[in-house]
Design a protein around this ligand. Structure first.
Ligand SMILES: Cc1cc2nc3c(=O)[nH]c(=O)nc-3n(C[C@H](O)[C@H](O)[C@H](O)COP(=O)(O)OP(=O)(O)OC[C@H]3O[C@@H](n4cnc5c(N)ncnc54)[C@H](O)[C@@H]3O)c2cc1C
Length: 565
């Protein structure tokens, strides 16, 4: 089943739903005219459809391998990567000073989603490099920037993120990797990292690892962590890859999905590293990478949802079974139709949320404090809801296929296997939800209420035209307002049992808000999809709010003994 990048949906969302023109009206992005936007979406879409999507199955069937310490990538991946690099898509968000395109995050997010939908395992590679570029732009010395940024932006060199160790997963502060000053202004890095995405490859000239480690005087926990740039090959005086550094890929993991993406155990044995940012300021620097990567992970999963929806719809229009009426294909059965509608409506909602988050990032970078707060609020929602959508939609895609969904040849199973990791890496979804109800509510719920105000105003404005859709959205906004007031009144430790229900309830409301806008701005098809979402899916918000308001007691009253058989 060929993949078609949803270029038209991006155009509609940017122009009619999320208000991308506010971004292009700022001096930073004044050159992003509608023609430029169009050209970017069209070009990226063409590459995704024609070059990346055909590689998806090959990566699944022929995983990356480790041969004599060297990673061999899946068939065609080198050519696919070259197309990404030559198109400028690795450095599309990077500043022009070092060769980037300087595109706004809203457009970057569209392209990342398309690439993720076409071939998630390969797209992870540029996603890691993009995050590294951003961290170097924000925190590295001018010398490091001058040496590394042009190579990373052009795609000649790739980047990685090294946080995780066996005893330090969600609890990054427990890491043990050490960094010793070597008297030459650089450091010697020693330790083991696990689960490192694209730790090596056979198509780039160098790999620049971003590694979290502790200096000798670093305090315990996250406060004592510093960030280091540790290249596979140490650049020589001309900046060319030179001496081999003391690091190696120990092994690659065997995984449920994303087989084409090598996930490595890495050994650093006194490897030469350069400090990025301040000593002990590693978490601040790493957060720059992680926020971009979180939105990126949300949108790559939306890409998988898109691909799964396209495949399921095509199958449902072909397969004949039972007395379906109409065309005679299973798409005519109400249950199948409902599954497909849910897949399409949810994909749209999740896509709108990731783009709204990206737009807030763009406006925040231009100095708008309210937008900055909104971006912070929306990032955990975009990551969590985007990834849950990827997984749930891919799961429904299997169901639509019936038995053929369970058979690997259709590719429906691969979508689910590939999407499953997105809820785990870049901070598990549970940790994201805790971030939302904890750190992101430190303002007493101000950013959340400002967004709810906007949703209510939007619903009020739509009331005269489409009251049957506007009214439930207005009601849901009120419910969310009250739930937010209730949440911020709870002690911090008591919020966490309701963190995920709160996040899901908020995502349901946001999805309804963007569907309502689409119904107002779009044709009959947009309106019918919005009606499906608002009448069939928005009511789920009430169940999430009830779970939230039940508080921690029903959860924590059950101890591990109660859960045993
Ligand atoms: C394929 C793959 C690629 C990856 N790529 C990278 C990479 O490139 N770089 C990198 O550094 N890491 C990477 N990771 C690691 C990934 O980020 C971690 O697996 C993830 O952060 C979770 O850590 P963990 O596996 O140790 O799980 P744990 O931290 O042990 O978590 C297990 C469960 O407990 C929950 N939990 C843990 N702590 C808390 C808490 N305080 N409150 C509530 N619940 C909690 C979690 O939500 C989860 O459900 C990758 C992992 C995989 C599988």
């Amino acid at each position: 089943m060929p993949f078609h990048a949803p270029v038209e949906d991006f155009r509609f969302l940017l122009e009619k739903v999320i208000g991308f023109s506010e971004v292009t009206a700022t001096p930073r992005h004044a050159e992003v005219t509608p023609d430029v936007t169009d050209a970017i979406l069209t070009e990226a879409g063409r590459m995704c459809d024609g070059i990346l999507a055909p590689l998806n199955r090959a990566g699944d069937l022929h995983p990356a391998r480790l041969e004599n310490g060297v990673v061999r990538t899946s068939p065609g991946y080198a050519e696919g990567y070259r197309a990404i690099a030559e198109g400028g898509w690795v450095g599309m968000a990077a500043g022009e000073a070092h060769g980037g395109m300087g595109l706004p995050m809203a457009l970057v997010t569209c392209v990342n989603e398309m690439m993720g939908g076409a071939c998630l395992a390969l797209q992870l590679n540029p996603l890691m490099t993009q995050a590294e570029i951003e961290a170097l732009e924000a925190h590295a010395s001018p010398e490091l920037q001058a040496l590394y940024l042009p190579k990373l932006i052009s795609g000649e060199w790739c980047g990685t993120m090294n946080l995780t160790e066996p005893q330090a997963g969600s609890d990054v502060g427990a890491l043990r990797t050490r960094a010793e000053p070597d008297g030459e202004g650089t450091y010697r890095i020693t330790g083991q990292k696990i689960y490192i995405t694209w730790a090596d490859n056979d198509f780039s000239d160098n790999v620049a690892h971003m590694v979290l480690a502790r200096l000798p005087d670093g305090a315990a926990g996250t406060k004592g962590i510093s960030l280091f740039l540790v290249p596979k090959y140490i650049p020589d005086a001309e900046g060319k890859p030179g001496e081999v550094n003391s690091l190696r890929v120990v092994s690659l993991e065997h995984k449920l999905g994303i087989h084409g993406s090598p996930t490595a155990v890495m050994e650093y044995d006194g490897a030469k590293g350069w400090l990025v940012g301040e000593p002990h300021g590693g978490m601040a620097a790493m957060f720059t990478m992680m926020n971009t990567a979180r939105l990126g992970v949300g949108s790559q999963a939306v890409g998988v949802a898109e691909a799964a929806t396209q495949a399921a719809l095509a199958y449902a229009q072909e397969r004949r079974q039972g007395r379906a009426g109409g065309t005679g294909a299973i798409v005519e059965h109400a249950d199948v139709r409902a599954m497909l509608a849910r897949m399409r409506a949810e994909t749209f909602a999740a896509r709108a949320i990731t783009l709204a988050c990206a737009k807030a990032i763009d406006l925040g970078r231009g100095g708008d404090a309210g937008a900055k707060a909104r971006a912070a609020l929306l990032t955990p929602i975009a990551k969590t809801f985007g990834t849950e959508t990827g997984i749930n939609v891919a799961d429904l895609g299997i169901q639509v296929h019936g038995g053929m969904g369970f058979i690997e040849e259709t590719g429906a199973a691969q979508f689910l296997r590939d999407a499953r990791i997105t809820a785990i890496y870049e901070g598990t979804n549970g940790i994201q939800a805790m971030d939302l109800v904890g750190r992101k509510m430190m303002d007493g719920g101000e950013a959340a209420q400002a967004l709810i105000d906007e949703i209510e105003a939007g619903a009020e404005a739509a009331r005269a035209e489409i009251p049957d859709l506007a009214e439930p959205v207005w009601q849901a906004a009120e419910t969310m307002r009250e739930a937010t007031e209730w949440l911020v009144a709870q002690p911090m430790a008591e919020r966490f049992a309701g963190a995920m229900p709160y996040l899901r309830a908020f995502a349901r409301l946001l999805g309804a808000h963007y569907h309502l806008r689409a119904a107002q701005a779009g044709d009959g098809k947009r309106r019918r999809l919005a009606a499906f979402y608002i009448r069939r899916m928005l009511p789920e918000q009430a169940a999430h709010i009830a779970a939230l308001r039940a508080g921690p007691e029903p959860v924590m009253a059950l101890d591990a003994g109660d859960l045993a058989p």
